[in-house]
Design a binder for this molecule. Structure first.
Ligand SMILES: Cc1cc2nc3c(=O)[nH]c(=O)nc-3n(C[C@H](O)[C@H](O)[C@H](O)COP(=O)(O)O)c2cc1C
Length: 224
């Protein structure tokens, strides 16, 4: 991989992005920007390139309403964002890191030209299998392990959305099981981890005018 000819000032994006609390229901993300969002999601790095995710993008009133309908009661504060956003990304984790997925990964890496020798391919297959087994059998945290990878996609998406001129709202305030049922995710061997609403802020987005708040550098970063 070559370095970018023009380094991007990513700190400006990090300090200027914010969580959008109200979306303009009349504005749609153009197709080329949506393509860029998909590229971002797909290129998220993951442990041993395990990519234990799937991203369902709801871009119609029907599909967004289906998700919004699950946000009753204590999660209802997120419903309007889902309805008014241009698109809602359902970030899902696989329910299992099974043999079929491990095979698909190694085949893709081979097709992408990652292996000069059969030995390199076998080593990669075994290394990934080692971690998959470690989390499934010894640490017994395969679900959390896969979920952690999905959160890397979240970070990529939030920063990337701002870089693409989009507003975004991550949402953990959701009924995960209800979304799994509404979207038939279990049958696809997936489970919903969280949502990200994408689009453009409306004048009701009070958060756009508020200053950003973060703990001071000394409280969260030490140099040794
Ligand atoms: C994992 C995660 C879950 C979040 N869940 C919600 C949510 O359900 N509803 C909401 O309005 N904001 C949600 N937020 C937004 C956070 O409150 C917000 O990112 C945080 O206050 C920092 O503000 P900033 O994003 O504007 O910099 C979530 C953010 C993250 C990263």
């Amino acid at each position: 991989m070559q370095h970018l000819a023009q380094p991007i000032d990513i700190t400006q994006i990090a300090t200027h992005r914010h969580t959008c609390k109200a979306f303009d229901p009349t504005r749609r993300i153009p197709p080329e920007t949506l393509t860029a969002v998909k590229t971002l999601l797909r290129h998220t790095p993951s442990s041993v390139n395990s990519q234990p995710w799937h991203f369902v993008i709801a871009g119609t009133s029907t599909s967004k309403d289906k998700i919004a309908a699950t946000l009753a009661g204590r999660f209802s504060y997120n419903g309007e964002k889902v309805r008014d956003a241009s698109h809602v990304v359902v970030l899902c984790a696989r329910r299992e890191m099974n043999g079929a997925h491990l095979d698909a990964l190694i085949e893709q890496e081979a097709a992408d030209g990652r292996f000069a020798t059969t030995e390199a391919r076998v080593n990669q297959y075994n290394a990934r299998g080692f971690y998959a087994d470690l989390h499934r059998e010894e640490l017994r945290d395969a679900d959390q392990w896969m979920e952690k990878q999905v959160y890397i996609a979240l970070g990529n998406l939030l920063l990337g959305a701002a870089a693409l001129g989009l507003d975004a709202c991550a949402m953990e305030g959701i009924d995960h099981a209800a979304i799994d049922t509404a979207l038939g995710l279990q049958a696809r061997d997936l489970r919903c981890v969280l949502l990200v609403a994408l689009g453009y802020r409306s004048s009701a987005d009070f958060n756009a005018a508020l200053p950003k708040s973060r703990l001071p550098e000394a409280a969260v970063i030490s140099e040794i």
